[in-house]
Design a protein around this ligand. Sequence first.
Ligand code: AMP
Length: 179
Amino acid sequence: MTTDIDLKGLVRTIPDHPKPGIMFRDITTLLGHATGLRESVEQLIAPFHNQRVEAVAGIEARGFILGGAAADRLRCGFVPIRKKGKLPHKAIGEDYELEYGVDVIEIHEDALSPGEPVLLVDDLIATGGTAVAAVKLLRRLKAEVVGAAFVIDLPDLGGCARLAELGVECHTLISFEGD
Ligand code: AMP
């Protein structure tokens, strides 16, 4: 089912959050809208329906909401990629840079099997630092990254171009360009 719902209009922009100069794209308003949520998940997975996807990896925290729903619709499992120190079992980590800081993300070392086709999901791609670190984690587990899906792209910051350099195709639904 595809509706002509205005997904971009459901995203709320908070200027100067969490620090001056950042236009924070708040998806809680989109997630809270029944049709907006359903349509976002539907459109996120649309290109991957006919591909072999055996797991969805979602990035903490908003990637858990969208990734969990995407995994359910693709009838596969969900793998969390979490901030440092949150996973209970043995994990591997990668440093990454945010638009507004530096951090580490981790994945359980036994979360995926070699060759397992996995789709990466997050709410938004900005510089791509988080997504690049996530792809590196998935590849360290020898999983096959079939693609990366984000509700929002900030193309001025070049995230999808960075993923393309790694050979990962980016699928995005909404673009905020030049603002
Ligand atoms: P990046 O690593 O620069 O691609 O940043 C992507 C991650 O940071 C995502 O998990 C987003 O949730 C968050 N993020 C970065 N910039 C913004 C922004 N302008 N508005 C909302 N979330 C953002």
